[in-house]
Design a protein around this ligand. Structure first.
Ligand SMILES: NC(=O)c1ccc[n+]([C@@H]2O[C@H](COP(=O)([O-])OP(=O)(O)OC[C@H]3O[C@@H](n4cnc5c(N)ncnc54)[C@H](O)[C@@H]3O)[C@@H](O)[C@H]2O)c1
Length: 110
């Protein structure tokens, strides 16, 4: 029997093409910062659509722009997480952008 050691299991092969987080939406708070930015980029690289939330809009824009320039899916939201209304608006903006036409069970924002 011949075996091909270069063969990947089917699931890993699919992930190589679309990424294990394809179809998922991630909200990264403090996403314009060092740790948040690295987290946002890592999630996008795995296929997630990333909302980069930061109190400093320009920082979030820089991270989201870098992800988009690398063919990822991201947008930035300027929001102060210490303000409840800002948090609600940030989540609403994310949901309205990425989940309006999906079935209810797919409307998760992880
Ligand atoms: N425990 C540890 O070992 C350890 C190590 C490193 C970092 N940290 C902590 O982790 C956090 C992140 O670290 P970092 O290096 O990425 O910091 P950073 O300063 O690079 O990033 C923090 C980001 O959060 C944003 N931010 C601050 N207040 C906000 C608010 N109210 N609403 C929305 N965004 C806000 C800032 O604009 C900034 O872009 C910090 O609190 C840091 O102290 C802990």
């Amino acid at each position: 029997m011949r075996t091909n050691h270069n063969c990947l299991p089917a699931r890993q092969l699919v992930w190589r093409i679309v990424g294990p987080l394809d179809g998922k939406v991630a909200v990264v708070t403090g996403g314009g910062g060092g740790i948040g930015g690295a987290t946002a980029r890592a999630l996008a690289k795995e296929g997630a659509s990333v909302a980069v939330v930061d109190i400093e809009g320009s920082r979030g824009e820089r991270v989201a722009g870098g992800i988009v320039a690398s063919d990822g899916n991201a947008f930035s939201v300027a929001a102060d997480l210490s303000e409840e209304s800002d948090v609600v608006e940030a989540i609403k903006a994310t949901i309205s952008l990425w989940t309006p036409r999906r079935a209810p069970q797919q409307r998760r924002v992880d």
